[in-house]
Design a protein around this ligand. Structure first.
Ligand SMILES: [Zn+2]
Length: 327
């Protein structure tokens, strides 16, 4: 009923709230007008995914009220906001998105529901990867890779965008936003160095990934990995492989002696489990799209990356050969 009710609003908004490309119109973070805040009120900030919220929260600190729409453990590719989510977004001073289509359906729904809060994509300014770049010569269903956060260097752009937007909205707190942005950027650079150090345990010839869908392109490019194949074709979790595609993936796993299939904590593992059973390789769950929630091993972005890299090293390093235990 809610989706039906939105249809009319969507039609009314086309042209008004959407860009010519069909994507929801995004705001330039540095050009946002100052928010009109009542005395003693903090900026009301909504973020789409838990990872977007974590990074925005690191920059906003105590100066913002922050709410994430997609709960930990939920697939952002398939997320549908509730009327309550839309109400919260409608009352916000800004909505931060991952961008590049990850939260595109959500962004479209916000625009369609006449949520007038400015939409800021944290990935704005990153040069996106395409499937053709990730798999030269392969079939390319189109689209760009939204999984920018899996290379911490891309998050330096996120930090700049978040700090620019928050400072434009509340210039009185710009110095605090800039200071936290600078500190968080230093943490990201240290994380990149730490990841390189951890990955020294995986020889270049073993840096091969099979994943549930195409989510590790930016990570692979940064750290010298090859994506051998994916269980689900493409950059989202919504499509299905053909029997031929699955057979060809299983053959590649056998031919290349791939040690593990890495799946995201938010996906249904059935197909990947079948491929793992057929080929006799391990299935390793990573926090690729979502934090773990408080108290878990990936309760913030920096922990998430450390957890994922440790699990990859554990599965692919020569010492792991023959060890069938989970990380
Ligand atoms: Zn994904």
């Amino acid at each position: 009923m809610w989706a039906f009710a939105l249809t009319g609003a969507l039609a009314a908004c086309i042209g008004a709230d959407r860009s010519a490309s069909g994507e929801p119109a995004l705001s330039d973070p540095a050009s946002l007008p100052p928010a009109s805040l009542a005395s003693g009120k903090r900026l009301s900030v909504v973020a789409t995914t838990s990872i977007v919220a974590d990074v925005v929260g690191a920059i906003g600190g105590d100066s913002i009220d922050l709410h994430a729409l997609v709960p930990p453990g939920v697939d952002p590719h398939a997320f549908e906001p509730t009327p309550q989510d839309l109400g919260r977004a409608a009352g916000a001073d800004v909505v931060f998105l991952n961008g590049f289509g990850l939260d595109g359906r959500l962004a479209e729904t916000l625009a369609a529901a006449a949520v007038h809060a400015p939409l800021v994509s944290l990935s704005q300014g990153i040069t996106p990867l395409t499937l053709e770049e990730e798999h030269p010569g392969g079939s390319d269903p189109g689209g760009i890779d939204p999984h920018t956060w899996l290379d911490p260097n891309n998050l330096l752009v996120w930090v700049d965008n978040a700090a620019a937007a928050l400072s434009a909205l509340e210039p009185a707190h710009a110095a605090g936003f800039a200071e936290r942005a600078s500190g968080y950027a230093a943490s990201l650079r240290a994380l990149d160095a730490e990841i390189r150090q951890m990955l020294q345990a995986v020889p270049p010839q073993d840096r091969r990934l099979v994943t549930d869908h195409d989510e590790f392109g930016y990570f692979a490019r940064r750290y010298g990995f090859t994506i051998v194949g994916t269980v689900i074709p493409g950059f989202s979790t919504g499509s299905e492989p053909s029997p031929q595609e699955l057979a060809s993936l299983e053959q590649a796993i056998r031919d290349l002696h791939v040690a593990a299939i890495f799946i995201s904590s938010v996906v249904t593992p059935d197909l990947a489990e079948r491929v793992a059973e057929d080929t006799g390789v391990r299935l390793v769950t990573l926090y690729a799209h979502s934090l773990s929630g408080p108290g878990g091993p990936a309760s913030d972005y920096l922990s998430l990356m450390r957890y994922n890299v440790a699990a990859i090293v554990e599965a692919l390093s020569p010492q792991a050969a023959g060890d069938g235990s989970a990380p």
